[in-house]
Design a protein around this ligand. Sequence first.
Ligand code: PLP
Length: 404
Amino acid sequence: MEQPIAVTRQSFDDWMIPVYAPADFILVRGEGSHVWDQQGKQYIDFAGGIAVNALGHAHPVVKAALVEQAGKLWHLGNGYTNEPVLRLAKQLIDATFAEKVFFCNSGAEANEAALKLARKHAMDNYGSEKNRIVAFNNAFHGRTLFTVSAGGQPKYSQDFAPLPGGIMHTAYNDLAAAAEAINDQTCAVIVEPIQGEGGVLPADGAFLQGLRDLCDRHNALLIFDEVQTGVGRTGDLYAYMQYGVVPDVLTTAKALGGGFPIGAMLTTDALASTLGVGTHGTTYGGNPLATAVAGAVLSLINTPEVLNGVKQRHLWFIEQLNAINQRYPIFSEIRGGGLLIGCVLNQDFAGKAKQITQYANEEGVIALIAGPNVVRFTPSLIIPEADINEGLARFARAVARICS
Ligand SMILES: *Cc1c(COP(=O)(O)O)cnc(C)c1O
Protein backbone atom coordinates (compact mmCIF):
# COMPACT_ATOMS: atom_id res chain seq x y z
CA MET A 1 0.00 0.00 0.00
CA GLU A 2 1.15 3.53 -0.71
CA GLN A 3 2.55 5.43 2.30
CA PRO A 4 0.41 8.39 3.44
CA ILE A 5 1.92 11.82 2.73
CA ALA A 6 4.11 12.95 5.64
CA VAL A 7 2.66 16.09 7.25
CA THR A 8 3.88 18.45 9.95
CA ARG A 9 2.74 21.85 11.22
CA GLN A 10 5.11 23.36 8.64
CA SER A 11 2.95 21.78 5.91
CA PHE A 12 0.16 24.15 6.93
CA ASP A 13 2.29 27.18 6.15
CA ASP A 14 3.49 25.58 2.93
CA TRP A 15 0.16 24.49 1.49
CA MET A 16 -2.76 26.27 3.15
CA ILE A 17 -4.24 29.66 2.35
CA PRO A 18 -3.21 31.49 5.50
CA VAL A 19 -6.60 32.54 6.92
CA TYR A 20 -5.87 30.68 10.17
CA ALA A 21 -2.95 30.55 12.57
CA PRO A 22 -3.34 27.10 14.14
CA ALA A 23 -1.40 25.90 17.18
CA ASP A 24 2.06 24.50 16.56
CA PHE A 25 1.04 20.86 17.08
CA ILE A 26 -1.32 18.56 15.15
CA LEU A 27 -4.07 16.64 16.93
CA VAL A 28 -4.66 13.17 15.57
CA ARG A 29 -7.19 11.45 17.85
CA GLY A 30 -9.91 12.22 20.36
CA GLU A 31 -11.99 10.29 22.87
CA GLY A 32 -14.48 11.92 25.22
CA SER A 33 -12.79 15.12 26.43
CA HIS A 34 -9.25 13.93 25.71
CA VAL A 35 -7.28 14.59 22.51
CA TRP A 36 -3.79 13.46 21.50
CA ASP A 37 -1.23 15.06 19.19
CA GLN A 38 1.20 13.49 16.70
CA GLN A 39 3.77 13.05 19.46
CA GLY A 40 1.29 11.20 21.68
CA LYS A 41 0.87 14.08 24.16
CA GLN A 42 -2.59 14.13 25.77
CA TYR A 43 -4.68 17.26 26.28
CA ILE A 44 -7.95 17.94 28.11
CA ASP A 45 -10.29 19.55 25.56
CA PHE A 46 -12.07 22.61 26.95
CA ALA A 47 -12.71 23.99 23.43
CA GLY A 48 -14.80 21.19 21.95
CA GLY A 49 -14.02 22.33 18.42
CA ILE A 50 -15.44 25.81 19.23
CA ALA A 51 -18.71 24.70 20.87
CA VAL A 52 -19.21 21.95 18.29
CA ASN A 53 -18.22 18.63 19.89
CA ALA A 54 -21.01 18.85 22.45
CA LEU A 55 -20.77 15.15 23.25
CA GLY A 56 -16.98 15.03 23.18
CA HIS A 57 -15.02 13.06 20.64
CA ALA A 58 -16.05 9.69 19.21
CA HIS A 59 -19.23 9.33 21.27
CA PRO A 60 -20.23 5.68 20.71
CA VAL A 61 -23.92 6.37 20.00
CA VAL A 62 -23.17 9.19 17.56
CA LYS A 63 -20.50 7.12 15.90
CA ALA A 64 -22.95 4.22 15.54
CA ALA A 65 -25.50 6.55 13.90
CA LEU A 66 -22.85 7.78 11.46
CA VAL A 67 -21.63 4.29 10.60
CA GLU A 68 -25.14 2.92 10.19
CA GLN A 69 -26.17 5.73 7.86
CA ALA A 70 -22.84 5.54 5.99
CA GLY A 71 -23.79 2.01 4.98
CA LYS A 72 -27.22 3.08 3.72
CA LEU A 73 -27.30 6.42 1.91
CA TRP A 74 -25.09 9.52 2.01
CA HIS A 75 -26.61 12.00 -0.35
CA LEU A 76 -29.46 12.48 -2.80
CA GLY A 77 -29.86 16.16 -3.57
CA ASN A 78 -33.07 17.98 -2.79
CA GLY A 79 -35.09 16.58 -5.67
CA TYR A 80 -35.59 13.60 -3.34
CA THR A 81 -36.25 13.80 0.38
CA ASN A 82 -35.03 11.23 2.91
CA GLU A 83 -36.00 9.67 6.22
CA PRO A 84 -33.29 11.09 8.54
CA VAL A 85 -33.99 14.69 7.48
CA LEU A 86 -37.71 14.35 8.14
CA ARG A 87 -37.11 12.76 11.53
CA LEU A 88 -34.68 15.52 12.52
CA ALA A 89 -37.14 18.19 11.41
CA LYS A 90 -39.83 16.63 13.62
CA GLN A 91 -37.44 16.41 16.58
CA LEU A 92 -36.60 20.12 16.28
CA ILE A 93 -40.26 21.09 15.85
CA ASP A 94 -41.33 19.05 18.88
CA ALA A 95 -38.54 20.55 20.99
CA THR A 96 -38.95 24.24 20.09
CA PHE A 97 -41.35 27.01 19.01
CA ALA A 98 -40.71 26.10 15.39
CA GLU A 99 -43.22 24.66 12.94
CA LYS A 100 -40.92 24.46 9.89
CA VAL A 101 -37.21 23.86 9.35
CA PHE A 102 -34.67 24.56 6.58
CA PHE A 103 -31.39 22.65 6.65
CA CYS A 104 -27.99 23.82 5.46
CA ASN A 105 -24.37 23.12 6.33
CA SER A 106 -23.10 25.87 8.62
CA GLY A 107 -24.02 28.73 10.90
CA ALA A 108 -23.31 31.35 8.27
CA GLU A 109 -25.65 29.63 5.83
CA ALA A 110 -28.39 29.42 8.45
CA ASN A 111 -28.08 33.17 9.10
CA GLU A 112 -27.91 33.90 5.37
CA ALA A 113 -31.22 32.03 4.99
CA ALA A 114 -32.74 33.93 7.93
CA LEU A 115 -31.77 37.34 6.55
CA LYS A 116 -33.02 36.44 3.07
CA LEU A 117 -36.29 35.21 4.58
CA ALA A 118 -36.70 38.52 6.43
CA ARG A 119 -36.02 40.60 3.32
CA LYS A 120 -38.43 38.60 1.17
CA HIS A 121 -41.15 38.50 3.82
CA ALA A 122 -41.02 42.29 4.12
CA MET A 123 -40.91 42.77 0.35
CA ASP A 124 -43.88 40.45 -0.21
CA ASN A 125 -46.02 41.93 2.55
CA TYR A 126 -45.01 45.58 2.94
CA GLY A 127 -43.06 46.56 -0.18
CA SER A 128 -39.43 47.09 -1.06
CA GLU A 129 -38.91 50.08 1.26
CA LYS A 130 -39.00 47.81 4.29
CA ASN A 131 -35.53 46.32 3.93
CA ARG A 132 -33.47 47.53 6.88
CA ILE A 133 -31.69 45.10 9.17
CA VAL A 134 -30.68 46.07 12.68
CA ALA A 135 -27.70 44.22 14.15
CA PHE A 136 -25.31 44.82 17.05
CA ASN A 137 -21.76 45.96 17.60
CA ASN A 138 -19.34 43.08 18.14
CA ALA A 139 -21.86 40.53 16.90
CA PHE A 140 -20.68 37.54 14.91
CA HIS A 141 -22.97 35.88 12.36
CA GLY A 142 -20.59 34.10 9.96
CA ARG A 143 -18.31 34.83 7.01
CA THR A 144 -20.49 35.05 3.91
CA LEU A 145 -20.71 38.59 2.57
CA PHE A 146 -24.22 39.15 3.96
CA THR A 147 -23.48 37.64 7.37
CA VAL A 148 -20.10 39.32 7.75
CA SER A 149 -21.87 42.60 6.99
CA ALA A 150 -24.49 41.84 9.64
CA GLY A 151 -21.68 41.05 12.07
CA GLY A 152 -20.55 43.95 14.18
CA GLN A 153 -16.78 43.80 13.71
CA PRO A 154 -15.81 45.99 10.73
CA LYS A 155 -12.37 44.38 10.52
CA TYR A 156 -14.06 41.23 9.16
CA SER A 157 -16.05 43.05 6.46
CA GLN A 158 -14.43 46.32 5.40
CA ASP A 159 -11.87 44.78 3.03
CA PHE A 160 -14.66 43.16 1.01
CA ALA A 161 -16.62 46.28 0.05
CA PRO A 162 -18.97 47.05 -1.53
CA LEU A 163 -21.05 45.34 1.13
CA PRO A 164 -24.77 44.55 1.07
CA GLY A 165 -26.60 47.69 2.15
CA GLY A 166 -29.40 48.42 4.56
CA ILE A 167 -27.68 47.01 7.65
CA MET A 168 -27.11 49.17 10.71
CA HIS A 169 -25.40 48.41 13.99
CA THR A 170 -26.20 49.62 17.43
CA ALA A 171 -24.94 48.95 20.95
CA TYR A 172 -25.64 45.50 22.41
CA ASN A 173 -27.73 45.53 25.59
CA ASP A 174 -28.71 49.17 24.96
CA LEU A 175 -32.47 49.10 24.51
CA ALA A 176 -32.80 52.87 24.09
CA ALA A 177 -30.33 52.81 21.20
CA ALA A 178 -32.19 49.88 19.64
CA ALA A 179 -35.48 51.74 19.98
CA GLU A 180 -33.99 54.60 17.96
CA ALA A 181 -32.67 52.27 15.29
CA ILE A 182 -35.77 50.10 14.81
CA ASN A 183 -38.61 51.65 12.79
CA ASP A 184 -41.20 50.76 10.16
CA GLN A 185 -38.49 50.28 7.54
CA THR A 186 -36.85 47.59 9.64
CA CYS A 187 -37.45 44.09 8.28
CA ALA A 188 -35.36 42.22 10.86
CA VAL A 189 -33.35 42.43 14.04
CA ILE A 190 -30.64 39.79 14.39
CA VAL A 191 -29.12 39.13 17.80
CA GLU A 192 -27.14 36.51 19.72
CA PRO A 193 -28.66 35.76 23.16
CA ILE A 194 -25.05 35.51 24.34
CA GLN A 195 -22.46 37.14 22.11
CA GLY A 196 -19.94 34.33 21.66
CA GLU A 197 -17.06 35.45 19.44
CA GLY A 198 -17.61 39.01 20.63
CA GLY A 199 -16.44 38.13 24.16
CA VAL A 200 -19.02 35.80 25.79
CA LEU A 201 -21.39 38.62 26.69
CA PRO A 202 -24.91 37.62 27.77
CA ALA A 203 -27.92 39.72 26.78
CA ASP A 204 -30.00 41.24 29.56
CA GLY A 205 -33.46 39.71 29.71
CA ALA A 206 -35.06 43.15 29.45
CA PHE A 207 -33.02 43.87 26.31
CA LEU A 208 -34.26 40.77 24.48
CA GLN A 209 -37.83 41.33 25.65
CA GLY A 210 -37.56 44.95 24.52
CA LEU A 211 -36.37 43.85 21.07
CA ARG A 212 -39.33 41.45 20.91
CA ASP A 213 -41.73 44.33 21.66
CA LEU A 214 -40.06 46.67 19.15
CA CYS A 215 -40.19 44.01 16.44
CA ASP A 216 -43.89 43.43 17.14
CA ARG A 217 -44.62 47.15 17.02
CA HIS A 218 -42.81 47.62 13.69
CA ASN A 219 -43.63 44.30 11.98
CA ALA A 220 -40.00 43.27 11.95
CA LEU A 221 -38.75 39.71 12.38
CA LEU A 222 -36.74 38.90 15.48
CA ILE A 223 -33.92 36.53 14.53
CA PHE A 224 -32.02 34.77 17.32
CA ASP A 225 -28.61 33.57 16.19
CA GLU A 226 -28.22 30.52 18.43
CA VAL A 227 -25.42 29.00 16.39
CA GLN A 228 -23.17 29.05 19.46
CA THR A 229 -25.72 29.09 22.30
CA GLY A 230 -27.96 26.33 20.90
CA VAL A 231 -28.29 22.59 21.44
CA GLY A 232 -27.86 22.58 25.20
CA ARG A 233 -24.86 24.87 25.49
CA THR A 234 -26.47 27.15 28.08
CA GLY A 235 -28.25 24.40 30.01
CA ASP A 236 -31.52 24.75 28.10
CA LEU A 237 -31.93 23.26 24.65
CA TYR A 238 -31.93 26.82 23.26
CA ALA A 239 -31.08 29.99 25.17
CA TYR A 240 -34.38 31.66 24.23
CA MET A 241 -36.11 29.20 26.55
CA GLN A 242 -34.19 30.60 29.52
CA TYR A 243 -35.05 34.16 28.60
CA GLY A 244 -38.69 33.39 27.90
CA VAL A 245 -38.49 35.46 24.71
CA VAL A 246 -39.55 33.63 21.56
CA PRO A 247 -37.98 34.70 18.25
CA ASP A 248 -39.63 34.52 14.82
CA VAL A 249 -36.60 32.82 13.35
CA LEU A 250 -33.84 30.86 15.10
CA THR A 251 -30.57 29.71 13.58
CA THR A 252 -28.63 26.73 14.89
CA ALA A 253 -25.47 24.90 13.78
CA LYS A 254 -22.20 24.18 15.64
CA ALA A 255 -23.25 21.58 18.27
CA LEU A 256 -26.19 20.33 16.20
CA GLY A 257 -24.01 17.83 14.34
CA GLY A 258 -21.67 17.14 17.25
CA GLY A 259 -18.79 17.59 14.79
CA PHE A 260 -20.52 16.72 11.53
CA PRO A 261 -21.28 19.86 9.49
CA ILE A 262 -24.95 20.88 9.61
CA GLY A 263 -26.96 24.05 10.17
CA ALA A 264 -30.65 24.82 10.36
CA MET A 265 -33.09 27.70 10.32
CA LEU A 266 -36.22 27.27 12.43
CA THR A 267 -39.36 29.34 11.99
CA THR A 268 -43.15 29.41 12.05
CA ASP A 269 -45.60 28.09 9.46
CA ALA A 270 -46.65 31.60 8.50
CA LEU A 271 -43.12 32.78 7.77
CA ALA A 272 -41.98 29.53 6.14
CA SER A 273 -44.42 30.09 3.27
CA THR A 274 -42.32 33.11 2.23
CA LEU A 275 -39.67 30.77 0.88
CA GLY A 276 -41.58 28.90 -1.81
CA VAL A 277 -40.19 26.35 -4.25
CA GLY A 278 -37.03 27.59 -5.94
CA THR A 279 -36.53 30.70 -3.77
CA HIS A 280 -33.63 29.30 -1.74
CA GLY A 281 -31.62 26.11 -1.39
CA THR A 282 -28.30 24.34 -1.08
CA THR A 283 -26.98 21.08 -2.54
CA TYR A 284 -25.90 19.37 0.67
CA GLY A 285 -28.53 20.83 3.02
CA GLY A 286 -30.46 18.11 4.84
CA ASN A 287 -28.42 15.25 3.44
CA PRO A 288 -29.10 11.91 5.15
CA LEU A 289 -25.61 11.50 6.61
CA ALA A 290 -25.59 14.86 8.43
CA THR A 291 -29.19 14.62 9.58
CA ALA A 292 -28.82 11.04 10.88
CA VAL A 293 -25.88 12.16 13.01
CA ALA A 294 -27.69 15.31 14.20
CA GLY A 295 -30.75 13.24 15.10
CA ALA A 296 -28.62 11.11 17.41
CA VAL A 297 -26.92 14.18 18.89
CA LEU A 298 -30.22 15.93 19.58
CA SER A 299 -31.77 12.83 21.19
CA LEU A 300 -28.79 12.47 23.51
CA ILE A 301 -28.61 16.14 24.51
CA ASN A 302 -32.30 16.98 24.86
CA THR A 303 -32.78 15.18 28.15
CA PRO A 304 -33.15 16.61 31.67
CA GLU A 305 -30.03 14.69 32.76
CA VAL A 306 -27.73 16.25 30.16
CA LEU A 307 -29.25 19.75 30.38
CA ASN A 308 -29.17 19.78 34.19
CA GLY A 309 -25.66 18.37 33.96
CA VAL A 310 -24.62 21.45 31.98
CA LYS A 311 -25.89 23.69 34.80
CA GLN A 312 -23.99 21.58 37.37
CA ARG A 313 -20.79 21.73 35.31
CA HIS A 314 -21.18 25.50 35.01
CA LEU A 315 -21.06 25.74 38.81
CA TRP A 316 -17.96 23.51 39.00
CA PHE A 317 -16.17 25.67 36.42
CA ILE A 318 -17.15 28.96 38.03
CA GLU A 319 -16.15 27.82 41.52
CA GLN A 320 -12.71 26.68 40.41
CA LEU A 321 -12.11 29.64 38.10
CA ASN A 322 -12.93 31.95 41.01
CA ALA A 323 -10.43 30.04 43.16
CA ILE A 324 -7.76 30.42 40.45
CA ASN A 325 -8.57 34.13 40.28
CA GLN A 326 -8.16 34.45 44.07
CA ARG A 327 -4.65 33.02 43.86
CA TYR A 328 -3.64 34.82 40.68
CA PRO A 329 -5.89 37.85 40.16
CA ILE A 330 -6.01 38.15 36.39
CA PHE A 331 -9.75 38.20 35.63
CA SER A 332 -12.01 41.20 36.10
CA GLU A 333 -15.11 39.14 35.39
CA ILE A 334 -16.14 35.53 34.78
CA ARG A 335 -19.34 35.41 32.74
CA GLY A 336 -21.52 33.47 30.34
CA GLY A 337 -24.04 30.67 30.77
CA GLY A 338 -23.91 26.90 31.03
CA LEU A 339 -20.76 25.68 29.31
CA LEU A 340 -20.15 28.89 27.37
CA ILE A 341 -17.87 30.64 29.83
CA GLY A 342 -15.71 33.73 29.31
CA CYS A 343 -12.97 34.95 31.65
CA VAL A 344 -12.31 38.65 31.05
CA LEU A 345 -8.70 39.68 31.64
CA ASN A 346 -8.14 42.71 33.86
CA GLN A 347 -6.12 45.77 32.80
CA ASP A 348 -2.79 44.25 33.84
CA PHE A 349 -3.25 41.32 31.47
CA ALA A 350 -5.08 43.06 28.62
CA GLY A 351 -4.38 41.52 25.22
CA LYS A 352 -2.88 38.33 26.66
CA ALA A 353 -5.70 35.84 26.05
CA LYS A 354 -3.89 34.17 23.13
CA GLN A 355 -0.70 33.80 25.13
CA ILE A 356 -2.59 32.21 28.02
CA THR A 357 -4.10 29.62 25.69
CA GLN A 358 -0.63 28.89 24.31
CA TYR A 359 0.68 28.28 27.84
CA ALA A 360 -2.45 26.20 28.48
CA ASN A 361 -1.59 24.04 25.46
CA GLU A 362 1.90 23.51 26.85
CA GLU A 363 0.38 22.47 30.18
CA GLY A 364 -1.96 20.02 28.37
CA VAL A 365 -5.31 21.78 28.06
CA ILE A 366 -7.09 23.24 25.02
CA ALA A 367 -8.87 26.56 25.62
CA LEU A 368 -10.23 29.27 23.34
CA ILE A 369 -10.15 33.01 23.16
CA ALA A 370 -13.05 35.35 22.38
CA GLY A 371 -11.19 38.44 21.28
CA PRO A 372 -7.83 39.56 22.72
CA ASN A 373 -9.08 39.96 26.30
CA VAL A 374 -11.29 36.95 26.98
CA VAL A 375 -10.34 33.31 27.60
CA ARG A 376 -13.28 31.13 26.57
CA PHE A 377 -14.31 27.61 27.55
CA THR A 378 -16.82 25.59 25.49
CA PRO A 379 -16.18 21.98 26.50
CA SER A 380 -18.26 18.88 25.91
CA LEU A 381 -21.64 19.13 27.63
CA ILE A 382 -20.98 15.74 29.25
CA ILE A 383 -17.35 16.29 30.25
CA PRO A 384 -16.63 14.19 33.37
CA GLU A 385 -15.99 16.04 36.64
CA ALA A 386 -12.50 14.50 36.86
CA ASP A 387 -11.59 16.01 33.47
CA ILE A 388 -12.85 19.42 34.57
CA ASN A 389 -10.69 19.21 37.70
CA GLU A 390 -7.59 18.01 35.87
CA GLY A 391 -8.05 20.50 33.00
CA LEU A 392 -8.47 23.42 35.40
CA ALA A 393 -5.43 22.30 37.42
CA ARG A 394 -3.45 22.44 34.17
CA PHE A 395 -5.02 25.79 33.30
CA ALA A 396 -4.04 27.14 36.73
CA ARG A 397 -0.42 26.27 35.95
CA ALA A 398 -0.66 28.29 32.72
CA VAL A 399 -2.13 31.22 34.67
CA ALA A 400 0.66 30.95 37.25
CA ARG A 401 3.20 31.23 34.43
CA ILE A 402 1.60 34.33 32.92
CA CYS A 403 1.68 35.94 36.37
CA SER A 404 5.30 35.13 37.09
C1 PLP B 1 -19.77 30.26 14.72
C2 PLP B 1 -20.89 31.21 14.59
C3 PLP B 1 -21.47 31.52 13.35
C4 PLP B 1 -20.91 31.00 12.05
O1 PLP B 1 -21.02 29.62 11.94
P1 PLP B 1 -20.19 28.86 10.78
O2 PLP B 1 -20.62 27.43 10.92
O3 PLP B 1 -18.75 29.09 11.08
O4 PLP B 1 -20.57 29.46 9.49
C5 PLP B 1 -22.57 32.34 13.32
N1 PLP B 1 -23.08 32.86 14.44
C6 PLP B 1 -22.56 32.60 15.65
C7 PLP B 1 -23.19 33.18 16.87
C8 PLP B 1 -21.44 31.78 15.78
O5 PLP B 1 -20.90 31.55 16.98
